[in-house]
Design a binder for this molecule. Structure first.
Ligand SMILES: C[S@@+](CC[C@H](N)C(=O)[O-])C[C@H]1O[C@@H](n2cnc3c(N)ncnc32)[C@H](O)[C@@H]1O
Length: 221
């Protein structure tokens, strides 16, 4: 596993992309796959939830959930540019003091973070080669539920992503996108005491909600 994750993400997820993302969010609201995560989190019926958003980008998930179900959030991101934009937007929304921003590779810092009720990873596992390490760390920090989006394992998604990665190789950019095996992600989360309770699909993205079983300290029977 490369320990230069932040370096790669800082380069790939830079200031121009973050500003464009924010502009789009302000104009149109959360993207479709993000809305599926928001709906899944709200479906849990939790109030005053603590949120851990891994790879939160411009912070859409906490900007939205701090308006209703969440009381505080932690946003860990490997891109300094995205974190900066997320922080400015949180201040504009009056959420200062309720979000902790951490610039790091989540797998490096997870051990020192407190647990959260809800953990979200929106389009993040596909940026990271070692999904096992990432999901293990995420599940260890989760009290109740994990909601994540990832690319569907279809031939056309694999073809699109192979073309993107070829383009990356040609321009000598080390960033790659990964279509990780969905059944292996599920087995891993099952082994950590989580059960998938819903899945929704778009053309490219899939969203799954996993709840922590009561026997593992969660609240799902
Ligand atoms: C495709 S963007 C998605 C951003 C946001 N969640 C969204 O859906 O709009 C991936 C984000 O994950 C972050 N990221 C990827 N791997 C990470 C890791 N290991 N630790 C922390 N952040 C990570 C990147 O810096 C980037 O902001």
């Amino acid at each position: 596993m490369p320990r230069h994750c932040c370096e790669i993400e800082n380069k790939t997820f830079g200031e121009a992309g973050a500003k464009a993302n924010l502009k789009k969010y302000r104009r149109r609201g959360p993207a479709k796959q993000t809305r599926m995560i928001l709906e899944a989190a709200r479906s849990l019926g939790i109030k005053n939830a603590t949120l851990l958003d891994v790879g939160g980008g411009i912070g859409t998930i906490h900007h939205e959930l701090l308006n209703d179900i969440a009381s505080t959030a932690a946003h860990v991101d490997a891109s300094a540019a995205y974190l900066k934009i997320a922080k400015e937007e949180a201040q504009r929304l009056g959420h200062d003091g309720r979000v902790e921003f951490i610039h790091a590779d989540f797998t490096d810092v997870a051990g020192g973070l407190p647990q959260a009720d809800v953990v979200t990873l929106d389009r993040v596992v596909c940026c990271y080669p070692n999904f096992r390490e990432l999901l293990k760390a995420a599940s260890s920090k989760c009290r109740k539920a994990i909601a994540l989006t990832y690319p569907r394992e279809t031939w056309y998604v694999k073809a699109i992503i192979s073309a993107m990665n070829l383009f990356q190789r040609l321009r000598r950019d080390p960033f790659r996108v990964f279509v990780h095996p969905v059944n292996e992600m599920e087995s891993l989360l099952n082994g950590e005491g989580f059960q998938r309770t819903s899945t929704r699909r778009l053309f490219v993205w899939e969203m799954s909600l996993y709840r922590k079983l009561a026997e593992q300290g969660g609240d799902f029977n």
